[in-house]
Design a protein around this ligand. Structure first.
Ligand code: RB5
Length: 148
């Protein structure tokens, strides 16, 4: 898959670990920055371009990392067509895709350690939307909200 990744200073160290892990899984990576650690950078500057690329289907899925993962999720969900969530557990990492068609995973670089983060990323990327009738119905209700 073509995977986009983005992080601010709070997520930079974890992004540096996730990126080679994605390469080891044979994914194609698009890096939306930050490209260096800068305590003064702002997560919307990296997460918004990532989310727009997901929305435009230029990439298949996105991974955004900030300190808590909260800000990244808030920004990403502002972009039409993006379904982002802060994930800290294995179950939600795959169930969020299977039931809710989550297309952007948010992680907290100050919350989730490297080994757990790798498992969450793998679980997210291995999962597929089930396409079940009730899930499509719910998704359509979410899509309707995007034009409010
Ligand atoms: C940055 O210090 C921090 O506020 C940010 O990375 C993130 O945690 C926001 O949700």
């Amino acid at each position: 898959m073509k995977i986009g990744i983005a992080a601010d200073h709070g997520g930079f160290a974890l992004k540096q670990i996730i990126q080679p892990y994605l390469v080891s899984l044979a994914h194609e990576i698009v890096d939306f920055g930050a490209y260096e650690h800068n305590d003064l950078d702002d997560y919307p500057d990296f997460v918004a371009p990532l989310a727009k690329a997901v929305s435009a289907k230029e990439i298949d899925r996105g991974i955004a990392v900030c300190g808590s993962g909260v800000g990244a999720a808030i920004v990403a969900n502002k972009v039409k067509g993006v379904r982002a969530s802060l994930i800290t557990d294995y179950f939600s990492a795959h169930q969020g895709v299977e039931d809710d068609d989550m297309n952007l995973l948010c992680l907290g670089g100050r919350i989730t350690g490297p080994s757990v983060a790798k498992e969450l990323v793998r679980s997210f990327l291995d999962a597929k939307f089930s396409g079940g009738e009730k899930y499509v119905r719910r998704l359509n209700k979410i899509i309707a909200l995007e034009s409010c």
